[in-house]
Design a protein around this ligand. Structure first.
Ligand code: ATP
Ligand code: MG
Ligand code: FE
Length: 336
């Protein structure tokens, strides 16, 4: 089964051909990072316009590199949410037109389910059930993946996403957009125990997260240090902030595998490439005899191969989307 997928939910225009959900024949990503960097974040209108300029050649390139003719495809998949509505619509309209003209089925894919599916590509023998920690630019979920396409969300953020916190703190530290990789890099030069930032303290027993309090604590620290004329060590702040995020992510994942008696953890989303998170989870899981899996960096951040993989498992279970499929900017995990 050959599936072409298109992804345009945020600031990457991507297309990919994947065979049987796990074998990547091409993975083309046109990133707009440089376009948005001067604004310190993604500008939705700019993103939509860039997708329009890029989608057609990115798809061409994906087919060419895969050595596949459009007529050989079994289905055309596309991200229909969550994401920026204008950005999603570009990929969606293109995919609909392409599928219709070829007479092939259209498969709308949930972007978050795509992030989780990146693990199926990286780990050829990974099969559900497992726990997934989804940590991306806009979302933070702990989810019990019971089967392909069958998700139970056990915890989520109540305010900022993990990646969003990285990006906002990086901005306050005058680091480049996107901030996650920058903090990861700079934190290696700092002392994670230099500053004690507070953890969110829920009064009930929960697997939920909150990162906005931590972000405010970092901003307050920076402001008060500036006022008092205390020198700020960017590496120490980055390392201490990162430690606070990583420790709460690790705690909740470990609580989940104990509770659900599962022994596999697959992390997903851009923050899954964070060095400290990978180390911390791997160490903590080892003590329980559990295994931690993560995709390679290129499959952690936005790409279309992960969308094709998720679509494959929908396709073999007989699912197909209607041509009336619309973009769903607020789509959540597990929703149809
Ligand atoms: P969503 O998937 O929720 O719609 P998105 O697609 O923008 O959001 P991703 O592409 O999954 O998010 O990931 C981008 C995020 O990952 C950014 O917030 C970025 O800072 C963060 N990120 C990337 N690499 C790292 C890293 N090494 N450490 C921490 N964060 C990282
Ligand atoms: Mg991006
Ligand atoms: Fe994403």
């Amino acid at each position: 089964i050959l599936i072409l997928a298109i992804e345009s939910s945020c600031d990457e225009t991507a297309a990919s051909v994947v065979r049987n959900g796990r074998e990547v024949l091409s993975n083309i990503i046109s990133s707009q990072i440089m376009e948005h960097r001067k604004f310190g974040g993604v500008v939705p209108e700019v993103a939509s316009r860039k997708h329009v300029e890029n989608v057609s050649w990115v798809v061409d390139e994906a087919l060419k590199e895969a050595g596949v003719k459009a007529s050989d495809l079994d289905a055309v998949a596309v991200t229909y949410g969550p994401g920026l509505v204008g950005a999603l619509l570009v990929g969606l309209q293109f995919a609909k037109g392409f599928a219709f003209s070829l007479g092939k089925p259209l498969i709308g894919v949930n972007h978050i389910e795509g992030h989780i599916a990146a693990n199926y590509i990286e780990h050829k023998d990974l099969v559900p059930p497992f726990v997934s920690l989804v940590v991306s630019g806009g979302h933070t979920f702990i989810v019990h993946v019971k089967d392909y396409g069958d998700f139970e969300v056990l915890g989520e953020t109540r305010d900022d996403a993990a990646g969003e916190a990285f990006d906002k703190v990086a901005r306050a530290l005058s680091l480049n957009y996107p901030g996650g990789p920058e903090i990861d890099r700079v934190a290696k030069l700092g002392n994670p125990d230099a500053i004690r930032f507070p953890k969110a303290n829920f009064h009930e027993n929960t697997l939920d997260f909150s990162f906005s309090g931590l972000k405010s604590a970092v901003l307050n620290y920076l402001n008060s240090a500036k006022q008092k004329g205390i020198e700020i060590s960017v590496p120490d702040v980055a390392a201490s902030f990162q430690k606070a995020v990583v420790s709460v992510l690790t705690e909740n994942v470990i609580a989940t595998i104990k509770d659900r008696k599962l022994d596999k953890i697959a992390i997903a989303g851009g923050v899954a490439s964070n060095t400290s998170l990978r180390e911390s989870l791997t160490q903590a899981a080892e003590k329980l005899g559990a295994k931690v899996l993560f995709p390679s960096t290129i499959l952690c951040t936005d790409n279309a191969a992960m969308i094709a993989s998720a679509a494959y498992f929908e396709h073999i279970s007989g699912k197909e989307s209607l041509m009336s499929l619309n973009a769903k900017p607020g789509l959540t995990l597990g929703a149809r």
